[in-house]
Design a protein around this ligand. Structure first.
Ligand code: GTP
Ligand code: MG
Length: 199
């Protein structure tokens, strides 16, 4: 196909941002894609997306990031966009305890629409406001242990931790992708001599 001839990437991943309204998902998206912070808050209606190309482990990874509306009333629109996601980044706000408590609800919500083995990670945003922090680090450790989901502190405002968080998840996805391909190769090797009926 034209795409494979002109392929300008080694990997392509869809990543979806979810989480309560006002935790900063759209600011995270724009910080990651354009490296800017826009302060005039406009709640997202439905969804928005951006592309960004990253070099991870010497490979070109093209990332398609979908930013969804946090408001409940748009839920029927946003859930349609979970399909095909390689990873879901559940976002909360360090200065808003409720947004942290709601992480469990988000995990439950996305689990209705995506496979269990899809990678999930929490971005705890607004770490520039650490003096107003409302989420205990002991609660964070407890959450990580109980859910088996990593929590990374970020700030869309200063950019702190954003690239690191995305690099972390992309590297994980690349490793998983390569491991799956390797398994396929091993399988093919073991199946030497076997011809599927279609051939
Ligand atoms: P919905 O679209 O309604 O789901 O909200 P959202 O999660 O996309 O929130 P958005 O990115 O629009 O940001 C909400 C508010 O938080 C805005 O006023 C931002 O300026 C502010 N904000 C976002 N990220 C940060 C951050 O890292 N630090 C600080 N101090 N404020 C932030
Ligand atoms: Mg938004």
């Amino acid at each position: 196909s034209i795409l494979s001839k002109n392929k300008d990437y080694d990997y392509i991943f869809k990543i979806v941002l979810v989480g309560d309204t006002c935790v900063g998902k759209s600011c995270i998206l724009v910080r990651f894609s354009d490296d800017i912070f826009v302060d005039n808050y406009v709640t997202t209606i439905g969804v928005d997306f951006r592309f960004k190309t990253m070099i991870v482990k010497n490979k070109v990874a093209k990332i398609q990031i979908w930013d969804t509306a946090g408001q409940e009333r748009y839920r029927s629109i946003t859930t349609a966009y979970y399909r095909g996601a390689a990873a879901i980044l559940i976002c909360c706000d360090m200065t808003n305890k409720e947004s942290f408590n709601n992480l469990s609800n988000w995990i439950e919500e996305v689990s209705k629409y995506i496979d269990q083995d899809i990678d999930k990670m929490v971005l705890m945003n607004k770490c520039d406001l650490s003096s107003e922090r409302k989420v205990d680090s002991t609660d964070v450790s407890k959450f990580e242990k109980e859910k088996g989901i990593k929590v990374m502190e970020v700030s869309a405002k200063t950019g702190q931790g954003i690239d690191k968080a995305f690099e972390y998840i992309i590297e994980k996805l690349i490793n998983k992708n390569d491991k799956n391909n390797k398994n396929n190769m091993v399988l093919q090797g073991e199946n030497n001599g076997f011809k599927p009926p279609c051939c």
